[in-house]
Design a protein around this ligand. Structure first.
Ligand code: HEM
Length: 457
């Protein structure tokens, strides 16, 4: 029977009737359940919402854009490990640092993140090679080793300082231009400005070319590229949740998804994230932290305007601020692993090979057992000896062989930009602005436009 139908039937018949038990056994056998092991519990014994109620949460109650919140709710309702079916995919959620560590320590030589099935489907359809994000096995290892030399070694990354600083100079000019557009010096939709800054920075480093994202008049082909990335991320979760046979019945999401990728391949550079926005929002809400950070930056620069990678090494508060923002707003709120070649043990369960394991980083990084007053933006927690954190409680760049390869570049770009913004401007809330909440669009992004006031110093 079609998987969707099975799920719907299972969900609507909540009591454990013989029919439901039979459906369960059919469903579980589809994810190659291992034989019963006396010491370990099986997937059947794992708690979790029924397929129907999870699908209801996702599609009828706006859960697709609240996936990060569903992690926290799932942890509270089911404990550290639970299962749920995401469209055709059954996934085991893990929301405990020690168990996330347990998964990652068993990930093997060539870790597999997840199927990112719709990204791979598109590449197969068009005959494109997989990139680092989607490649697996030896192919992934070869690309990773090659890129790692240029993106992971501290010396190699330091050498990008000048290139990144020239992009930061354009960012400052763009902020000055935008703030002059109204009497109060408010920059409307700051996230869009930083998104473009991130894109320009990566393009300048990886492709040694500027694409004009920060120009007052953005070239039309660049503008289209930016929109294509946005839409592709919005469609990613939806296309992953839709079984392939549904593409024919509801062709629009898949067609739009392909059109976005077509344009991105035609245009060039790959996708990036709009990470500095959350940072400024946090600093605006905590003006005393903003002032302390400015003092630190100015103390290190001693009158110089443009910082370098060496200066950043002497800014502990800057590093703590960035860590704290990524704890509160992890750009990638959930990561994943698939252990393809063997069953593994996690938290007393035997997880069959090839099961998609979702690592609930948003939930762990807001768990009061690991971070006191977790909703509070408090960078000093990273400097204080009293606050001990589990090393896997907040891992915004992932851990291990398959962790973020752009981490050092992203951090350097962020430090350089933040240092220049703080010496040039005092950043305040938009007098007419409201509360800002995050939502999931594959990445964690602001739910609404954010406007901030930039006051020249
Ligand atoms: C604040 C900014 C960023 C954050 C929080 C972030 C986070 C992550 C995370 C969580 C992963 C998955 C790691 C894992 O599975 O263990 C990842 C992978 C990756 N990131 Fe980033 N990233 C950021 C910026 C960047 C930038 C600027 C680039 C490009 C220059 C980049 C390129 C990549 C690539 C290529 C992978 C896949 C690596 C692989 O599969 O081997 N990231 N990133």
């Amino acid at each position: 029977p079609p998987k969707k139908m099975l799920q719907a039937l299972k969900g609507s018949a909540r009591s454990a009737s013989p029919v439901v038990r039979w459906l369960d056994s059919v469903w579980e056998s589809r994810v190659s359940l291992p034989r019963q092991d006396r010491a370990l519990k099986t997937l059947q014994e794992m708690p979790g919402p029924s397929g129907f109620s999870f699908a209801w949460d996702l599609f009828a109650r706006g859960g697709l854009s609240r996936l990060h919140e569903l992690q926290v709710e799932g942890r509270a309702r089911y404990g550290p490990v639970w299962k749920a079916s995401f469209g055709p995919i059954l996934t085991v959620h893990v929301a405990e640092p020690a168990l996330i560590e347990q998964v990652l320590r068993q990930e093997g030589q060539h870790p597999i993140r997840s199927d990112l099935s719709s990204w791979k489907d598109y590449r197969q359809l068009r005959g494109h090679a997989y990139g680092l994000l989607t490649a697996e096995g030896e192919e992934w290892q070869a690309i990773r080793s090659l890129l790692g030399k240029h993106m992971l070694r501290p010396r190699a990354v330091e050498a990008y300082s000048d290139t990144l600083n020239s992009v930061v100079t354009d960012l400052i000019a763009k902020l000055q231009f935008s703030r002059r557009q109204n009497a109060q010096g408010v920059v409307k939709d700051v996230a869009s400005e930083f998104y473009r800054f991130g894109l320009e920075g990566i393009s300048s480093v990886l492709f040694e070319s500027r694409i004009g994202c920060l120009e007052p008049q953005v070239p039309p082909e660049t503008e289209r590229f930016i929109q294509a990335i946005n839409t592709m991320f919005v469609m990613t979760l939806l296309t992953m949740a839709m079984p392939r046979w549904l593409h024919r019945l509801f062709p629009k999401p898949w067609r739009t998804f392909c059109q976005c990728w077509d344009y991105m391949f035609e245009f060039g550079p790959g996708p990036v994230q709009s990470w500095p926005t959350w940072l400024l929002v946090a600093l605006v809400l905590m003006p005393e932290v903003q002032s302390a950070l400015r003092r630190e930056v100015e103390g290190v620069l001693g009158g110089r305007e443009v910082p370098g990678a060496v200066d950043v090494a002497q800014m502990p508060l800057m590093k703590a601020v960035v860590k704290e923002v990524l704890r509160l707003y992890p750009v990638i709120p959930a990561n994943a692993r698939v252990i393809a070649d063997r069953d593994i043990q996690v938290g007393g369960y035997l997880i069959p090979k090839k099961t998609l394991i979702t690592l609930c980083h948003f939930a762990t990084s807001r768990d009061p057992r690991f971070f006191s007053s977790p909703a509070r933006f408090w960078p000093e927690r990273w400097l204080s000896r009293e606050e001990g954190h589990h090393p896997y409680a907040s891992v915004p760049f992932g851990v291990g062989k398959r962790s973020c390869i752009g981490r050092r570049i992203a951090e350097l770009e962020l430090y350089l930009a933040l240092a220049r913004i703080l010496t040039r401007f005092e950043v305040k809330p938009d007098p007419e602005g409201g509360e800002v909440r995050p939502m999931t669009r594959t990445l964690l992004v602001p739910q609404s436009h954010i406007s901030l006031q930039f006051i020249e110093r």
